[in-house]
Ligand binder design. Structure first.
Ligand code: BGC
Length: 519
């Protein structure tokens, strides 16, 4: 992570601060929270494509899948709402818990919330690994979901607060990097266990293995200090300053410290953050807190993350080949995230969004044509050649790479950095909640979409990619290198959004905390 990736950027106010080992370590530990999320995103697809798991818990689906002959319609063989509920239920639980976690982070700080996520995740993994029936499976999934809600609520904001402003983008990307590592570990385990272990043990170890990232985040958060902001918010000023001095490793952090105290005092004056965030002056950012996570899911990426093995099986791959191909997409996903890490603070957010969007769009069109030519409307492909299969996997990989250096990391980075402190925690809850709602929807409806839309599945997502790219092009101001405390100016200067800020708002921004209330 040295050199280019962390090159300081210009623009906006910069506080003094060195790239210290302590900052790096803190961020690595905190980003491990992403592991939890990633592991779970990646594990369910592989497990639901294991015959023995289907036989144990979803015998109807197993019967349907195993009785479909190569000459039958392949599009609908996995179409089952109960099966998809196994994957999707977790995201409903995450939705609920992210709201509770937002209250917990305000009261107790982010570190205890991270600890809770590790504990819940470990508990969910144990229940799932020992599952005897579908109820236990779902209870385990719900516990995991509660853990994920806590992690996603606390970790991204923790990172954005601990990292010096000039390196914020790159550090923030670590959260996404660890998500992709989690997905990759899950893909690898599914492949290795299905191939070399087999039987019940394979899926039990896959699901139970979630205990490892759970324990890592639990132990990691025991060694972490809370963020300076968090200490200030709870009145521990000396501790906060001490922490800031250690993090930045410079002699004087007064300017940053004073700004943090002022911002925190402003935040305390806001009585009803949930109502406050709907005020006109936050409207531009609020639009993004809703649209970015929604669009991130509407790229269709989770069709690959959750259901690549099912998708590959549908287009004629054997069980192991499907899991192996998913493993390849997992590797590409992780490696391509580094491109973002190394370029986000140089190229900026807008360019990455638009480049990644174009790449995904081209691949979605090619994949649609490839599936349409082979499967047509009947869903009956006949013999599938190795070169055809290879080409489909290659284009899915290029698509995944496009997501991994754009909407993946930026879907978390941008909503976290655009809000002023007084509403940031609430905004993060909205971001996580919207992300979870759409993750749930995609997870739940994928097999029905495939069954009914057939090869048109990816066209739906392609249309969404066009819409979201226009949205970014027209409406997103560049936020690279702007300290969080000064973010409002980029909205005030944007041709479309400036109408939401009047003179009074400008005065409020520069006034003392007491004046805010009366404004
Ligand atoms: C998204 C997940 C997705 C993952 C893929 C994350 O940013 O929120 O839904 O599965 O990226 O790497």
């Amino acid at each position: 992570m040295a050199g280019g990736a962390l090159a300081p950027t210009s623009g906006g106010k910069q506080y003094p601060g060195k790239f210290t080992g302590r900052v790096l370590l803190t961020c690595i530990f905190a980003a491990t929270g992403g592991l939890i999320f990633g592991y779970d995103l990646g594990i369910s697809g592989g497990v639901t494509s294991m015959d023995v798991f289907l036989k144990d818990f979803f015998p109807d689906v197993y019967q349907k899948e195993s009785s479909v002959k190569p000459s039958d319609d392949q599009y609908c063989k996995f179409d089952s709402q109960i099966l998809t509920l196994f994957t999707s239920s977790l995201y409903l639980a995450a939705l609920v818990s992210s709201i509770g976690a937002s209250i917990a982070t305000r009261t107790y700080g982010r570190r205890p919330t991270m600890m809770a996520s590790g504990l819940l995740f470990a508990a969910g993994a144990i229940v799932n690994g020992l599952a005897k029936n579908v109820v236990m499976l779902i209870v385990g999934r719900l516990l995991l979901g509660f853990g994920i809600g806590c992690a996603n609520q606390s970790v991204p904001i923790y990172l954005s607060k601990v990292a010096p402003s000039k390196y914020r983008g790159a550090f923030y990307m670590m959260f996404q990097l660890f998500i992709t590592i989690g997905i990759l570990i899950a893909n690898l385990l599914n492949y290795v266990l299905a191939r070399w272990v087999g039987g019940d043990t394979a899926w039990r170890l896959s699901l139970g293995g979630a205990i490892v990232p759970g324990l890592i985040i639990l132990l990691g958060s025991c060694f972490l200090s809370d963020s300076p902001n968090s200490e200030i918010e709870r009145g521990n000023y000396e501790k906060a300053k001490d922490l800031l001095l250690k993090l930045r490793k410079v002699d004087n952090v007064d300017e940053e410290f004073n700004d943090l105290v002022e911002a925190s005092e402003k935040a305390k004056l806001v009585k009803h953050a949930w109502l406050n965030i709907f005020k006109r002056k936050y409207r531009p950012q609020l639009v993004f807190a809703f649209c970015i996570p929604m669009f991130q899911q509407l790229t269709g990426m989770n069709v690959i993350v959750f259901y690549a093995p099912v998708l590959f099986k549908t287009i004629g791959f054997g069980s192991n080949a499907s899991l192996f191909s998913s493993l390849i997409t997992g590797i590409v996903n992780m490696l391509a995230t580094f491109v973002s890490i190394f370029t986000v603070d140089k190229l900026g957010r807008r360019k990455l969004f638009l480049m990644g969007g174009t790449q995904m769009l081209i691949c979605q069109i090619v994949i649609t044509i490839a599936i349409a030519m082979k499967f047509g409307l009947s869903g009956n492909p006949g013999a599938i050649s190795g070169s055809y299969a290879g080409a489909v996997v290659a284009f899915i990989c290029i698509y995944v790479a496009g997501f991994a250096w754009s909407w993946g990391p930026l879907g978390w980075l941008v909503p976290s950095e655009i809000f002023p402190l007084e509403v940031r925690s609430t905004a993060q809850s909205i971001n996580v909640s919207i992300n979870m709602i759409f993750t749930f929807i995609i997870a739940q409806i994928f097999t029905a979409m495939l069954c009914h839309l057939k090869f048109g599945l990816f066209i739906c997502f392609a249309v969404c990619v066009v819409i979201m790219s226009i949205f970014i092009h027209k409406l997103l101001p560049e936020t690279k290198g702007i300290p969080i405390e000064e973010m409002t100016t980029v909205w005030r200067n944007h041709p479309h959004w400036r109408k939401y800020f009047d003179e009074d708002d400008a005065k409020v921004e520069t006034s003392k905390p007491k004046d805010i209330v009366s404004a």
